[in-house]
Design a protein around this ligand. Structure first.
Ligand code: ZN
Length: 125
């Protein structure tokens, strides 16, 4: 059944104040608030696995490298999710903006990820 965006987010959604959002329960939520702060001292992007979009970590150059093979350390990253299983992967830069969002009752820390952030900012990482 197709629902309009208005029906899906306004008619069928339960609305709560920011302080009533349970951050320990996985569920969809509609939050109506104002972005009050985007921290300037943290990166607005992360290095994402091309397979699963999770954060990748830089692999130590001393691990598993054959002797005599010259490898550019900047390009070797690994993804530690079970599906990717530490395979050396290529990565992408993706937007990830930490936000402080406020409604009439309180403030909550949220993260705006790549798809929505790029729409709002009209740019990519
Ligand atoms: Zn991955």
């Amino acid at each position: 059944m197709y629902l309009s965006m208005y029906d899906e987010y306004v008619v069928r959604s339960e609305f709560n104040n920011i302080v009533e959002v349970n951050l320990h329960q996985v569920k969809s939520a509609v939050i109506v608030g104002t972005v009050r702060l985007i921290p300037q001292n943290v990166p607005w992007y992360y290095l994402a696995c091309r397979t699963c979009n999770r954060n990748v970590t830089k692999k130590s150059s001393k691990d598993d490298q054959p002797v005599g093979v010259l490898v550019d350390e900047e390009d070797i990253y690994e993804c530690k999710t079970p599906s990717c299983n530490n395979n050396v992967i290529h990565y992408l830069q993706r937007l990830r903006l930490p936000l402080a969002v406020q409604d009439s009752i309180g403030t909550i820390a949220l993260t705006l990820f790549d798809r929505d952030a790029s729409k709002l900012l009209k740019t990519s990482a």
